[in-house]
Ligand binder design. Structure first.
Ligand SMILES: Cc1cc2nc3c(=O)[nH]c(=O)nc-3n(C[C@H](O)[C@H](O)[C@H](O)COP(=O)(O)OP(=O)(O)OC[C@H]3O[C@@H](n4cnc5c(N)ncnc54)[C@H](O)[C@@H]3O)c2cc1C
Length: 494
């Protein structure tokens, strides 16, 4: 089949009955729920872009293996142009959501592509796992499947290993091996967009300890597999608020969910790792799934930071405060943070590494630097928007006030901006800024930037360890050697 349309995606969603729980209520049809409908349409638009002549050649390609047109996120990069083709896709899709949706289908497509092009890793443990992965990749690619993922354990007692938790199946684990597959029980989080996806893939960040064997697994399943409960967090919007009042929250909220597996059956052909602590811990660092999706995240993060920068600049301009030096310096700082991320991204693309298998990976140090810096730069961007918007961010009238003839002259008089900026333009801008910086929606976006890629503190620690292992600190050696030589010569001279 290859690339799907938005309509095909929605039809697929409506044909299934995943067990979705929202606010204590079981949801029969996600599309019929106000909370989900607009986000579904936003994802559908991305699928439609694959058929739009304006974008098609920049976000899709003809698959060499099948002759069908498929998304660029399924391209295994073998040359610089492939990396560029993926980068173009990431940019075009993230601009369509202003970077506010982090788990658009490309993110996990890239992850699966990376796993499938590195099956040498799985084959070391069991060639069947590698074969399953390749078949799964082909299934996702050829049917344009939309995936969610859940890679961390519930946050109960982080001081204890999986096998030490009070209930042996708090963290997802294998209950039973059957002739035709595994039975799994327990929970995983934090599955963003789960209610409106087609399938879920489970794997883990490193961290399993000896004794955790039954938890050390990786597999994929359709999202409507019996026994799989999708428990949604409280929505940040109700799906009914006006687009005028909530221009972002009304459109782009990504629901996050806890996945609870109540003795769920996983057929063998969907198992990628079975009860192997070493394989589960090394999957992330060895198969490129740390780096290849970081390319998507880096591009998306840049788009989101650039969007925040634009909002801040326009906000300041709309009320004529960008002539003040304190405001200018904050905006200048924001523009420079965008430039720093942009530069890192370009360096990562040009300074790619080639694996022994011939796969290109964007430079890991600059991408990891983006991962380390965005959790600081994005919250700072939000702080700048809040500082510049000040009380005005809270004081906007509602769209309905503009429609009331008695109130219209009042809002026009007291909400007009600097010369040339109408009351409506100014209020819309402030509402955009408040959605991004103040609303529950905006706070989630902030928390996403801090944690979507794992704990930034531990990541920085790993980054330092890796750096220390590879870096030769040659200049220190040269400086010491040089000084020592000169010292010896001086001694000889004296
Ligand atoms: C909005 C959002 C969307 C997300 N989407 C997804 C998704 O789609 N799929 C998915 O799988 N995950 C997703 N993530 C989850 C993400 O993977 C985790 O949030 C991240 O890995 C951090 O784990 P945690 O939240 O459980 O925090 P914890 O690991 O519990 O950390 C809590 C605090 O304790 C500290 N801490 C904990 N353990 C240690 C330790 N061993 N050493 C030192 N310090 C420690 C941390 O520094 C942190 O300050 C998402 C997260 C957010 C916020």
């Amino acid at each position: 089949m290859g690339i799907r349309t938005g309509e095909q995606y929605i039809k697929g969603l409506r044909s299934r009955k995943p067990e979705v729980w929202l606010g204590g209520r079981k949801i029969d049809d996600v599309y019929a729920e106000d909370v989900f409908r607009q986000p579904i349409h936003e994802i559908a638009k991305l699928y439609d872009m694959q058929h739009d002549p304006e974008y098609q050649d920049r976000i899709t390609h003809i698959c060499e293996e099948t002759g069908e047109r498929v998304n660029n996120s399924f391209l295994v990069p073998r040359k610089f142009e492939d990396l560029k083709a993926r980068s173009d896709l990431f940019e075009i899709w993230s601009k369509a959501t202003f970077g506010t949706m982090g788990r658009t289908p490309d993110f996990l497509n890239v992850t699966i592509t990376s796993m499938a092009s590195n099956t040498w890793f799985l084959n070391q443990y069991d060639p069947q796992w590698g074969e399953n992965m390749i078949n799964y990749f082909q299934h996702v690619r050829d049917n344009d499947v939309f995936l969610t993922h859940a890679i961390i354990n519930p946050q109960n007692d982080r001081s204890k290993a999986s096998h030490e938790q009070e209930d042996a199946f708090t963290h997802l684990g294998v209950v039973e091996e059957k002739p035709d597959g595994l039975v799994v029980r327990g929970a995983k989080m934090l599955a963003t967009l789960a209610p409106i996806t087609d399938e879920v893939i489970i794997y883990s960040f490193p961290g399993f300890q000896p004794g955790d064997e039954k938890h050390a697994i990786a597999f994929a399943l359709p999202i409507d597999t019996p026994g799989l409960k999708i428990m949604c967090r409280e929505p940040a919007q109700d799906g009914k608020r006006s687009l005028f009042d909530h221009p972002l929250a009304s459109r782009f909220e990504e629901m996050d969910a806890l996945l609870v597996f109540e003795d769920v059956f996983v057929p063998w052909n969907r198992v990628f790792i079975n009860q192997n602590v070493e394989a589960a811990n090394l999957l992330y660092p060895k198969t490129g799934i740390g780096i290849q999706p970081a390319h998507q995240s880096g591009v998306r993060g840049l788009v989101k930071l650039s969007f925040a920068m634009e909002v801040a600049c326009k906000l300041a301009d709309s009320i004529g405060v960008d002539g003040y030096l304190n405001v200018k310096t904050q905006l200048g700082e924001l523009i420079q943070s965008v430039e720093a991320i942009r530069a890192l991204l370009r360096v990562s693309e040009y300074e790619y590494e080639t694996t022994p298998q011939g796969e290109l990976r964007p430079g890991s140090a600059p991408l990891e630097t983006i991962r380390g810096m965005l959790p600081k730069l994005y919250p700072r961007a939000i702080e700048i928007i809040q500082t510049i918007g000040a009380g005005g961010l809270l004081m906007s009238p509602m769209g309905a006030d503009f429609d009331n003839p008695e109130l219209k002259p009042i809002v026009d008089k007291y909400y007009v901006g600097r010369e040339g900026v109408s009351s409506e333009d100014r209020v819309q801008l402030f509402k955009l800024a408040w959605d991004l910086s103040g609303e529950a929606f905006g706070q989630r976006l902030l928390q996403y930037e801090r944690y979507y890629s794992g704990d930034p503190l531990r990541r920085l620690g790993w980054f330092y360890d890796g750096f220390k292992r590879k870096y030769d600190f040659a200049m220190v050696k040269d400086a010491l050697d040089g000084a020592s030589d000169m010292h010896k010569k001086q001694l000889i001279k004296n």
